[in-house]
Design a protein around this ligand. Sequence first.
Ligand code: ZN
Length: 191
Amino acid sequence: MELHDSHAHILRLNIAGHPIEWLTWQEATTLYARELITWTLGDTIRKIHGGTSRMTGEQSCIELHSIVACAGELHHGQPKKPALSNRILFRRDQNLCMYCGKEFMDKDLSCDHIIPTSRGGSNTWVNVVAACRRCNHFKQDRTPEEAHMELLALPYEPNPAEYLALVNSKRIRADQMEFLKSQFSKNCRLQ
Ligand SMILES: [Zn+2]
């Protein structure tokens, strides 16, 4: 087995070219072997050598590409709704407190509900921002207007391409990022 990029994940698309999920190379190999991959993009990141055919004497070889598209029926054909989590929220807001604008480590950030949940605010992407403990503590269960605090950027729900970029931010390949970026919305502050 030849290694090219052993840590890279493979970006799976549905047949329409919408990004769905990250696969390990093992998962992608299974899809290749079952001939479920319809088309590919990006570089070859691994070559997997299989058995030798008794008929022809040729050794089979699977080339794993960094982006693969599969027919819709299998697994989940539609992009999932991005689950709200602190980790992804802090990535979305680039580890900045959305009130004071300073940069913080994850452990020093918290999830602020713009309209507090105690006042009927929802626990959704469009009602939460990253906030440092100091700002969150100062705001308490008030709206930004009541607390005379201004949001530095409007919260948004990441679309599937943005979500996949946020989830895998450390290990994403340039060709995958290029592809995802073409589907980023204008809200998105990712580079
Ligand atoms: Zn702050």
